[in-house]
Design a protein around this ligand. Structure first.
Ligand SMILES: Cc1ncc(COP(=O)(O)O)c(C=O)c1O
Length: 370
């Protein structure tokens, strides 16, 4: 049926929606109960939330009351956790919501954003959705940024926003401080997505690796973070960002009033109170990452990239990567991510699981290649 009104061109031009299969549908499709599925395809935290977060959810008393639009309790807990003034912090329904919000308050149709693929897909998605012109500056084969190309594009296109991801998804590499400093000299707003930063310096939960404390001192740096990876709360949708002071008043005006729901908020606060749980689970995941890097490299057909995150990207040679992914899923209930696009030909990305899940993946791979 044709729409009775004319839709904006940038909306009709969006790529078609590709549905993501929820857990229960996956489980029914491969005829395996959900607890027999090993989901290593979305960089979720296999340990799930802290027991304290679970208790806080069980005790939730005010779900019938709208949440605090300013998420004051959560922002105050975050101010302690990150040592950033609460006045510079905003919570969102995942970092995803904040990526869109930043674009909505800064861009007019046709404004340019610089994107550095291969990277997280939401910058392009939200850029297209917001009618921006998204200019891709491809990373080098080792996934480091092509700084000269980026500086030249900045000169040529005068972007309003530059999206940087450190550690980068899908490879897990960090951007060096020097490179970020150079980019911050540009007359653009730099959005540094640190969704996985806690895995880059696990002994202090990302504090030494993060640039979040720089935000209050700069006028063009935004740092985004999330509870999805660190705290096992991906399904509750809660993330946060640190923003320069001038931007906060703009964001308060534009954000949806009740963007962080009460369940997400109490679970996130409880998760932050249980720092020993976070330290312990992140330490296990990082130790497992290191073990998996070594073990995966032993399969001659896999070349893993070093990672500072909770996933490992591998190029696959001499075997069909798609077929490998399909066999793991359909025959063994192990889900990994497959990529085949510019900069990511024949690649798989494996999220780090629990030690048992990783053992099972390795045993299954050995079985498959026998
Ligand atoms: C780099 C990066 N940023 C942000 C997100 C989304 O975070 P959230 O779950 O808080 O929306 C992801 C999720 O995969 C990601 O990889």
């Amino acid at each position: 049926m044709a729409p009775p009104i004319k839709l904006p061109k940038h909306i009709t031009d969006l790529p078609a929606y590709t549905p993501i299969e929820p857990f229960e549908v996956l489980s029914a499709r491969i005829n395996r109960p959900p607890d027999k599925i090993i989901k290593l395809d979305a960089n979720e935290n296999p340990f799930g939330m802290s027991p304290r977060a679970r208790e806080a959810l069980a005790d939730l008393r005010f779900a019938h009351i709208y949440p605090d639009p300013e998420s004051r309790a959560l922002r105050s807990a975050l101010a302690n956790f990150c040592a950033v003034p609460a006045d510079n912090l905003l919570a969102g329904a995942g970092a995803d919501e904040l990526i869109d919000l930043v674009m909505r308050v800064t861009l007019e149709k046709g404004d340019v954003i610089l994107n550095c693929p291969p990277t997280f897909g939401m910058y392009r998605f939200d850029g297209d959705l917001n009618g921006a012109t998204v200019v891709d500056i491809f990373r080098k084969p080792d996934f480091s940024l092509d700084l000269p190309a980026l500086l030249q594009a900045a000169e040529e296109f005068q972007p309003k926003l530059i999206f940087l991801t450190s550690p980068n998804n899908p490879d897990g590499s960090l951007i060096t401080r020097e490179v970020i400093e150079r980019i911050l000299e540009l007359p653009a707003l730099v959005v540094l997505d640190e969704a996985y930063i806690e895995f880059a310096s696990p002994s202090d939960l990302g504090r030494s690796a993060s640039l979040i404390q720089q935000v209050a001192r700069r006028d063009n740096l935004i740092v985004l973070r999330t509870f999805s990876k660190l705290a096992g709360l991906a399904g509750l949708r809660v993330g946060y960002g640190a923003f320069p002071g001038w931007m906060m008043q703009v964001l308060w005006k534009a954000k949806q009033p009740y963007n962080v729901n009460v369940a997400a908020s109490v679970a996130a606060i409880a998760a932050l109170k249980d720092e020993s749980y976070l330290l312990n689970t992140v330490a296990i995941l990082v130790a497992e990452r290191q073990r998996m890097l070594v073990e995966l490299a032993k399969f001659g057909f896999l070349s893993p990239f070093p990672s500072e995150s909770n996933f490992i990207l591998c190029t696959v040679t001499g075997r069909n990567a798609l077929e490998l992914k399909e066999r793991l899923a359909n025959d063994h209930g192990i889900f990994i991510r497959y990529f085949n696009k510019p900069g990511l030909t024949d690649c798989i990305r494996i999220s780090v699981g629990t030690p048992e899940q990783n053992d099972l993946l390795l045993a299954t791979l050995r079985e498959i290649v026998k």
